[in-house]
Design a protein around this ligand. Sequence first.
Ligand SMILES: *Cc1c(COP(=O)(O)O)cnc(C)c1O
Length: 387
Amino acid sequence: MRFNTKNIHYFFKDIDKNFHPVILPIYLSSTYKFKSAEEGAKRFAGKDKGMIYSRLQNPTNLLLEKRLATLEEGEESIVTASGMGAITTTIFHFLKPGDCIVAHSVLYGGTMEFFSRIITRFGIEVIFVDFKDLKKLEELINNSNLVKLIYFESPTNPLLEVIDIQSITKIAKKKKIITVFDNTFSPPPIQYPLRFGIDIVIHSLTKYIGGHSDLIGGVIIGKKTLIKSIREKTHYFLGNCLSPFNSYLALRGLTTLNLRVKQQSETAFKLANYLKNHSKIERVYYPAYNLLAKKQMSMFGGVLSFEVKGGYEKAKKLVNSVKLINLAVSLGAIESLIEHPASMTHSEYTKEEKLRAGITDGLVRLSVGLEDYDDLKEDLEFALRKI
Ligand SMILES: *Cc1c(COP(=O)(O)O)cnc(C)c1O
């Protein structure tokens, strides 16, 4: 089965065998009956596939898990209450005091905060390196036996740098180090990190997959054995479970993922080209201009960043002057969103971290929605005239 067909039809029949609805109902039950004490005992022993309790399993979540695993070409997945929930659950599962994580120096703001100021309290060291410098990364890994996990994103947020996924998994495999990749910025059919040897793929469902700015959710995807172990040993007890309401919204959003990202990628590329030639813009960041991106991505997504000449004052004026585009954080939604990374999404970064990540005061991030290109261009043109 091909991408769109799988996305719409897959696995549904296995879950509701009674009424044959076209859409799976939202299962709100928090708990599930056992036919007998023996059956209950079997479920707890993992010898019966039936449900026990909705923090552990839920039919609506089960359908979403099967669809997301299939879309990413993984074997299984776990849906979580948020993208951060997927990240924290995965990290807590794989690491113990004394272990070390090696991460790319530019990460989602919340992940950066978790890595540099929370996980370190549990005796876990995090080393940040520029993953574009493969030699340095390999050296670091060869010189330490404490590195248990490699963590990164590509393209990065907010500068859309592209990291060579396959080269990094090759380095990791030599030392049997787990690789965890946040694919929120480039969901299928844009990029398939498991094809390049990644062990665990994470998404914030809040962004492209949900797509309509009406839910918070996350997912962890990978091989059956790894996911089973995360689910049973860690996920069940951290309380990061997704609400079935949000699960339903994510299922609904997922069906149009392909159409949305295609349109968003097309409009974003046109806007990037328009901004590139504008006299008040210093620089535009968009993956389409990168050769490596062409190798590992089939489209380039709806997010672009640009540096306005004149620093914070001008960037502030620009985001205050757009009328159609929403001044809001988040991305991947049907409505376009604009924000100022240095004072908003990446404000948790220290001065040095900002410098290292290239987040300047004039930088603006734009997530392109499904509005018409000409309207978005005119809105930006209007705001740029004001600065
Ligand atoms: C939004 C985002 C997250 C966090 O997801 P939440 O659903 O907000 O918890 C993680 N990684 C990336 C790249 C994101 O954009």
